[in-house]
Design a protein around this ligand. Structure first.
Ligand code: NAP
Length: 225
């Protein structure tokens, strides 16, 4: 058994999730920000790759005080469990994700992670070792399920999302498409990695909805079995 996985991200009209410098860019507006906060508040856990932690330093906390209050009333922590996929345990000990807001953190590392870094990070987060060289998501997700995570939101970046698609671990794919062109052949896209060569292997999606939101479009897809 594994958690239900919802990938959520924002991309430009030309399909880029950040600039050529891999710096965070503002793609969506207030309404989408609020939608994302709501999705976060309804998730048991939220996960990103180490690339996103190093580039954007997100806290992944629930921003709305009302939603945090609602979570407490329903008997869970104010914020979802925050998870970093980080083979080499490179998460900086000063990262916002380890400090902003209370609640559990998990850093998923591989067997290659230096023990000194693992020891340091274990003061701030539970460490799960899954995989030899990189984090094995097929091993990690059932471990998360065992620890009580039923709904997992993934915020990026493109490298982690690629692996989740490759491994058949995405249930829902939600993208906000904003009204700008970022350009750049090396600017990050929603699914990076090696890419599928054989058309027969392309994961197929079923369109659930498509709505105009502010100056862009919100598209919801579900994975086809
Ligand atoms: P990422 O996907 O956040 O993290 C990728 C890293 O995770 C890998 O390089 C690898 O580093 C580690 N990892 C460990 N096991 C893995 C596995 N099985 N599969 C995949 N990765 C694994 O990094 P990114 O692709 O560089 O994305 C960062 C960019 O995305 C930034 O520019 C950020 O601004 C952007 N972003 C945009 C949005 C949006 O909604 N627009 C959201 C999030 C991020 P190690 O080998 O060192 O572990």
């Amino acid at each position: 058994m594994r958690p239900h996985v919802t990938v959520n991200l924002a991309m430009s009209a030309d399909g880029k999730i950040s600039s050529i410098e891999r710096r965070q860019v503002k793609i969506s507006g207030k309404k989408d920000f609020d939608r994302v906060d709501d999705l976060k508040a309804r998730s048991d856990a939220i996960m990103v790759g180490i690339g996103t932690v190093l580039a954007d330093d997100p806290s992944l906390s629930v921003k709305s005080p009302e939603r945090r209050e609602q979570r407490l009333i329903s008997g869970v922590e104010e914020h979802p469990v925050r998870i970093v996929v980080d083979s080499q345990a490179r998460t900086p000990v000063s990262a916002d994700i380890l400090h902003k807001g209370n609640g559990k953190r998990i850093i998923a590392v591989s067997e290659k992670a230096p023990q000194s870094r693992v020891n340091e990070l274990s003061h701030f987060a539970e460490i799960i070792v899954a995989g030899k060289d990189t984090v094995d998501l097929i091993l990690l997700l059932p471990r998360l399920y065992e620890s009580g995570v039923r709904t997992l939101m993934v915020e990026g970046g493109g490298t982690l999302i690629w692996s989740l698609f490759r491994d058949g671990l995405v249930d829902e794919f939600i993208t906000y498409v904003g009204n700008m062109i970022i350009g750049g052949r090396n600017s990050p896209t929603p699914a990076e990695g090696d890419g599928f060569i054989d058309e027969g292997l392309f994961p197929r999606l079923r369109l659930e909805s498509c709505e105009k939101m502010e100056e862009g479009v919100l598209i919801r897809w579900k994975s086809v079995e």
